[in-house]
Write a protein that binds this ligand. Structure first.
Ligand code: NAD
Length: 313
């Protein structure tokens, strides 16, 4: 039997649970929240869509009852506060660091072999906090950010090309932040044709800018951060783990020399399978991309340093 726990039944958590159930990724999905009743309510509501959408996954909600999460194969962490218009993801660290450390520790007591997927922001720093504080091997800690950013990149590329987004390839590496992510234009393609041959330099610059500020644009429109694509991106990572799909997904991973960096979790292309991070794929970055990656890593490190200042690490 496969079992997934999602901590946090808010916008992202509930959407992720919904995608996992609808796609029948696991036999059972447990959703846990600290707010009384919300996870139970959402779980019952979703269960009542099972006959309508024709899925068999059992969805269970619980208020802070970690015993119900026992034996999970994957634990997804979405608990914490989202950003409001004008805020950066990094500004959430003070509140979210304590929550992430606490919920991850509680969940792992009941599922000691689980793979952790961290979504709460600032995601690269929350992933690093999990790596440094939980004592898990690095392959079992995955930060979800690049899956979402890459999906936004492909969306904006498809808009510029006037084509189906499913026919576009593109990956975003680096930190999951408005100024730290790196959409890899050089490697993006439409049906195998490099987008650099199809779109002007100016158009591609617009696509990159729209991708990098994609989250902020939605936060401005919605008044809070987005949830449909983030929840679906979380479910994509979980699916690749549970079904050992070995998909190549840009994720925040602990680096030990790869991409010239160590002692950091940051977005790189990884193969995601039953052991979590099966492999970090080393792209042959050019000098310009290498410089952007080093700059991005420096920014992530600056945020990581706050963990010590606020005494969570
Ligand atoms: N990594 C990404 O790509 C990405 C994308 C979007 C959002 N996010 C982040 O995901 C997080 C969740 O966003 P959201 O829009 O779902 O927020 P939300 O406010 O809708 O939901 C968060 C939920 O966490 C719960 N929670 C808080 N403390 C808890 C605790 N100790 N135990 C259990 N549950 C607890 C809250 O009660 C709430 O229901 C935010 O930090 C947001 O910035 C990340």
């Amino acid at each position: 039997m496969s079992k997934v726990t999602v901590i946090g039944a808010g916008n992202v958590g509930a959407t992720c649970v919904n995608a996992l159930a609808f796609k029948e990724v696991a036999d059972e999905v447990v959703v846990l929240d600290v707010k009384e009743g919300i996870s139970e309510g959402k779980a019952i509501d979703m269960s009542q869509t099972a006959q309508l959408l024709e899925f068999d996954t059992t969805v269970v909600g619980c208020t802070n009852d970690y015993a119900k999460t026992a034996g999970s194969d994957v634990i997804v962490i979405t608990s914490g506060i989202p950003r409001k218009p004008g805020m950066t993801r990094e500004e959430l660290i003070g509140v979210n660091a304590g929550i992430v450390k606490n919920v991850a520790g509680n969940a792992l007591k009941h599922s000691p072999n689980a793979i952790l997927v961290v979504i709460s922001n600032p995601m690269d720093t929350m992933t690093y906090l999990a790596l440094k504080s939980l004592g898990l091997p690095k392959n079992r800690i995955i930060g979800m950010g690049g899956a979402l950013d890459s999906s936004r990149f492909k969306y904006y590329l498809s808009q510029a090309l006037g084509c189906n987004a499913n026919e576009v390839e593109g990956i975003v590496i680096g930190g999951h932040g408005d100024t730290t992510m790196i959409p890899l234009v050089r490697l993006a393609a439409y049906k195998g044709i490099r987008v650099t041959e199809l779109l002007s330099k100016e158009k591609l610059e617009e696509v990159v800018k729209a991708t990098m500020t994609g989250g902020a644009t939605l936060t401005g429109l919605l008044g809070t951060s987005a949830w449909y694509a983030p929840g679906a991106a979380g479910a994509l990572v979980v699916e690749s783990i549970i079904h050992n799909r070995r998909k190549l997904i840009p994720c925040s991973a602990a680096l030990e020399g790869e991409y010239g960096e160590s002692d950091i979790c940051i977005g790189v292309p990884v193969i995601v399978g039953k052991n979590g991070i099966e492999k970090i794929v080393d792209l042959n970055l050019n000098a310009e991309e290498k410089a952007l990656f080093a700059k991005s890593a420096a920014a992530v490190r600056t945020t990581n340093a706050v963990l010590k200042e606020i005494n969570v690490l």
